[in-house]
Design a protein around this ligand. Structure first.
Ligand code: AMO
Length: 439
């Protein structure tokens, strides 16, 4: 039986199984909290059930136990209204050890620094805080999937081993591949565009790899990219509206299913506006100059501090945690990005900023074969190397566009985590693949 069902079985004999959360020795009485996937409950082992009592005396945190017992209402003065099972406890009749656990490397209540937390992930991921983070993250993916499927998108699996860098950039990991060199995909970009030719509307959720030697609170070398791509758009605003809709759906779902997790992390589920405010990059830069006294109007991109200021401004001015910034210089965007004819030199593309950080890049793409070949050449890329991808455009592609959303950044910002690594189950960074690479 699951622990969250016990309340409905007062006075009955039941069997549950899980991990010892915390154990308290009150001399003859041993109390421990048992945890399964549904919740926790206090178990009490009394000396009159000698065998069960003996096992309870021996047991320690993280032991895996199966407990047969009677569900009792707690005496009035032991009731804890703040706990889910605060009105009941399980009186142990029989306790079976499924697995003992070694002594823990630190006190359960200890505040760990990030490195120690990461060193012991198989253990530290079991804490209520980590479980809350990754339940929220799983819920975001579910919402992404459900929302897009409802809107006629088909999920596909993008390859991770690729022959050419998906973005035509330099930050790829090389992999020895039967005597030649392959790369780890930095984005499903080229494949999701090809798939528009197949299904018109597609999405994927998967890992991508960036060989960037960054050591910041927002960069990972392996992250999860939530991507969608849709055909027959008028322009990039159709893509922005679709993302806006997804974010609203996500917030609703988080409110329905993850309120406890947000409360545990003392964070607020954002209210996603019906229409997320939008500024062109040049307007945003003028605002930064006027509001914060820093002139970045000549720069082709935003610095992290500029992103923080714009989010602060959006919260104040538009009451929104989100803001779209559109029309970056085309020169700064990847080769497949569509230029805005009404604003020459600037892209029909956007970034989405959320609580101080960029979480998404998106755009309308070039769909005309000749224009795309010319765009590759302008970036100094060899169209021949992209001939596989270019077939999609040779043989008819509709106007289309899409986004890539960084799952870990979104999770971190939703939950107010300082470092994106806290929102990554098993982060890979400059110094670590599970364990530190050099000690
Ligand atoms: P871009 O490279 O901007 O665009 O990435 C999209 C989003 O992915 C996240 N992100 C990262 N998260 C953690 N660590 C990193 N090193 C990292 N790099 C990027 C960010 C970012 O906004 N193909 C385009 C998307 C598209 O146009 O559809 C792309 O990959 O949240």
């Amino acid at each position: 039986m699951l622990i969250n069902e016990l309340k409905n079985h007062i006075g009955k004999e039941v069997t549950i199984a899980g991990w010892v959360n915390v154990r308290r020795d009150h001399g003859k009485l041993i109390f421990f909290d048992l945890r399964d996937r549904s919740g926790t409950v206090q178990v009490v082992a009394l000396p009159n059930h000698a065998e069960a009592h003996n096992v309870a005396v021996e047991s320690r945190a993280e032991w895996v136990l199966e407990v047969k017992g009677i569900v009792n209402s707690r005496p009035e003065k032991m009731v804890n209204k703040d706990e889910v099972n605060g009105t009941i406890e399980l009186e142990a009749l029989e306790v079976r050890v499924c697995a003992a656990a070694k002594e823990l490397p630190f006190e359960q209540s200890a505040e760990l620094n990030l490195d120690t937390y990461l060193d012991y992930l198989p253990l530290t991921l079991r804490t209520p805080r980590s479980r809350a983070i990754f339940k929220v993250q799983a819920t975001i993916i579910t919402a992404f999937r459900e929302f897009l499927m409802r809107h006629g998108f088909t999920e596909f699996q993008s390859p991770k081993l690729i022959g050419e860098d998906a973005e035509g950039g330099a930050n790829t990991f090389n992999v020895e591949y039967f005597g030649t060199t392959a790369h780890l995909g930095t984005s499903p970009q080229l494949y999701k565009q090809v798939m528009v030719g197949v299904f018109e509307r597609v999405f994927s959720t998967g890992n991508v790899y960036r060989a960037e030697k960054h050591s910041t609170s927002r960069h990972l070398n392996e992250y999860t990219s939530l991507d969608f791509e849709m055909g027959f758009i008028t322009d990039h605003t159709d893509v922005m509206n679709m993302e806006n809709g997804f974010l609203q759906c996500m917030a609703k779902r988080l409110r329905e299913t993850c309120a406890a997790e947000f409360s545990l992390l003392a964070s607020e589920i954002p209210v996603v506006p019906e229409k997320i405010p939008t500024l062109k990059l040049r307007e945003a830069q003028k605002i930064i100059k006027a509001e914060y006294g820093v002139d970045c109007t000549e720069e082709p991109d935003l610095e992290p501090q500029h992103e923080r200021w714009l989010c602060e401004y959006a919260a104040k001015k538009f009451d929104s945690d989100f803001i779209f910034i559109t029309h970056y210089p085309l020169a700064k965007r990847p080769f497949y990005t569509m230029e805005d004819d009404a604003d020459p030199g600037y892209a029909k593309g956007f970034d989405l900023l959320f609580r101080g950080v960029e979480i998404t890049t998106g755009a309308q793409r070039i769909h005309d074969y000749d224009t795309l070949v010319a765009a590759l050449e302008r970036k100094g890329l060899d169209p021949q190397k992209f001939s596989f991808y270019l077939q999609a455009f040779k043989y008819g592609m509709p106007p289309h566009g899409g986004i890539g959303l960084g799952l870990e950044r979104l999770t971190a910002k939703l939950l107010g985590l300082e470092n994106v690594k806290e929102a990554t189950l098993f982060p890979r960074d400059l110094n670590r693949i599970d364990i530190l690479l050099s000690k």
